[in-house]
Design a protein around this ligand. Structure first.
Ligand code: PLP
Length: 531
């Protein structure tokens, strides 16, 4: 390395160390005046955890310690900052936008490039660069993982090919004979994974109501290694007290894992509440546009991070660079999207609660849960999220309602910019056998999008009116995204009477020719007339 380069590298390393030292010093509220050797060693370990294990400390200011340089450390875990204990001075909306994913790129791109490569050339046959193989590590993925770690206050975050791959990784922390306690109304895919995969591999799966701390305390056995829950749960929107669950779990040396897919980091950061592992189906709010599938695991403890990094590489479940790019893009508007959708959600929940045909509304907002559940939810997050479930007292009414709705598209999943609706028992949670399901069959789940709430309210009202009527099912085929299916404002009478030329007719009269007329055959988007 040339001298200038070496100095630059040292400066970068020194800045990283200073930054990490500052964070770890701040974390325990003390300066470095103790002179106590074991305290210093502990701090050094913490610093090392903060900045990874690949900087040679002896070159800078510390005596060289024995390095535990395992092969797996190098490609799977390139140097990255530890955001546990990091205090970001920026507001959440800014944190989503202000992030340099590739500070070392010599061209300083404004946006993280897609490193669409499976391999990286190594400096020599006996040395590694920061990356060697994309399954093990890729700069676009590191950028996403760093940004997510920052938003979640994690020691490290890891991106997987789907939410299920992320959840699978959490279950892979268990060995044969270990036990996992899981909340009763867990997401259907996780229920399937646990009961039809983990259980077959010798892991004991026990379901428990995680909203009831006494029940959880009773259920913990010496074999219990992980408690896994969701708050709010999907789709019953039950609230668990994450702080108290974490305390309970840690008293028994058990890890607390939370699937926080419903609560993206712009409204809830479970690691700050004491949770050990946070999982997301990034397919939902991180994407926000229903255009990519991915999952995230975020951890507080660097040793646990090591294990997750190992599994990500060993099992080959990591997210591909293009999807990482899409999620990086999605994060930039996450705060805006979630906040707008939440505003809509509050209004929609109010309207549903007032409707005579709605039996019960479930959501972590006023009227959607008990006041105690709401108090707990508000103490651990800053918003109600964008999902509402409700019952109608009749499966056929719920079906008629969903089928008649035009803006709430009948779709599994949630967290997209557009509004969605589904019936969990036959859709997202259908993989849970009916006899094991705790969900009401008439339950409808809505994912509220960022449309104008007036349109959403009108659509719901129309669909509820239709479902209450005796009318036969609507004629549209369900996939009603055609222009002519959208509600049209009637034209004023004088305009109706005026002979109108369609856009296609006008264009044809202006530009004659067979190719133009071919191009313009089909309905005209401006006046809804067929040309
Ligand atoms: N967790 C929750 C709460 C979910 O709702 C889902 C999917 O709907 C998943 C995990 C699985 O995520 P993915 O579909 O990205 O594998």
């Amino acid at each position: 390395m040339a001298k200038g380069q070496l100095e630059f590298q040292e400066e970068v390393d020194a800045a990283r160390i200073e930054n990490a030292m500052w964070r770890s010093w701040k974390a325990d509220g003390s300066g470095d005046h103790s002179g106590d050797h074991s305290a210093k060693t502990e701090k050094l370990e913490r610093v090392r955890g903060s900045i990874g294990d690949s900087i040679d400390f002896s070159q800078i200011r510390y005596p060289q310690e024995t390095r535990r340089c395992r092969y797996d450390d190098l490609p799977t875990f390139p140097v990255r900052p530890n955001f546990a204990g990091f205090e970001n001075a920026l507001q959440p909306a800014s944190q989503c936008v202000v992030f340099d994913g590739c500070p070392e790129d010599p061209y300083h791109p404004s946006n993280t490039p897609i490193y669409q490569t499976s391999t990286f050339v190594q400096p020599s046959s006996s040395e590694f660069g920061p990356y060697d193989y994309t399954r093990s590590g890729n700069p676009t993925r590191t950028a996403l993982e760093k940004h997510v770690a920052m938003l979640e206050h994690a020691a490290a975050a890891f991106a997987f090919s789907s939410g299920m791959a992320a959840l699978h990784t959490v279950t892979r922390l268990l060995k044969q004979g270990d036990e996992i306690l899981v909340n009763e109304d867990i997401y259907g895919g996780m229920h399937r994974l646990l009961t039809q995969d983990c259980a077959h591999n010798g892991v004991q799966v026990t379901f428990v109501d995680t909203t009831n701390l006494t029940a959880v305390a009773k259920a913990i056995t010496p074999k219990t290694k992980i408690i896994h829950t969701e708050s709010p749960s999907n789709p019953r929107m039950k609230i668990s007290d994450l702080r108290k669950l974490a305390t309970l779990a840690h008293q028994h040396k058990v890890l607390l894992s939370v699937d926080s897919t419903m609560m993206p980091p712009v409204i809830c950061q479970p690691l700050l509440l004491g949770v050990d592992l946070v999982v997301h189906s990034a397919t939902k709010f991180f994407s926000g546009h229903a255009d990519c599938t991915g999952g995230l695991v975020c951890v507080r403890d660097p040793e646990l991070a090591h294990r997750v990094a190992f599994l990500q590489n060993a099992e080959g479940t990591a997210l591909a660079p293009f999807e990482c790019f899409l999620f990086l893009r999605g994060i930039k508007t996450m705060w805006l999207r979630v906040n707008r959708a939440q505003e809509n959600t509050v209004q929609i929940a109010k309207a549903l609660a007032k409707h005579p045909r709605i039996k019960e509304v479930f959501y972590p907002g006023p009227g959607g849960c008990s006041s105690e559940a709401l108090r707990i939810h508000n103490s651990q997050s800053s918003g109600c999220g964008c999902i509402i479930s409700f019952t109608t007292g009749s499966v056929s009414f719920s079906r008629r309602f969903l089928d008649a709705s035009r803006l709430f598209k009948t779709t599994v999943s949630f967290g997209s910019v557009n509004s969605l609706g589904e019936m969990p028992c036959t859709m997202s949670h259908a993989s849970i056998p009916a006899e094991e399901r705790t969900l009401p069959a008439d339950l409808v789940r809505l994912s509220v999008g960022i449309e104008d709430v007036r349109d959403l309210l009108q659509d719901l009202q129309r669909a509820l009116d239709f479902a209450s009527s005796q009318k036969p099912p609507p004629e549209h085929d369900g996939y009603d995204s055609r222009f002519e299916d959208l509600p049209v404002v009637p034209r004023p009478p004088d305009e109706e009477e005026r002979p109108r030329k369609s856009l296609s007719e006008w264009l044809l009269s202006e530009v004659e020719g067979p190719s133009t007329s071919q191009m313009l055959s089909g309905p005209c988007p401006c006046c809804w007339e067929s040309s």
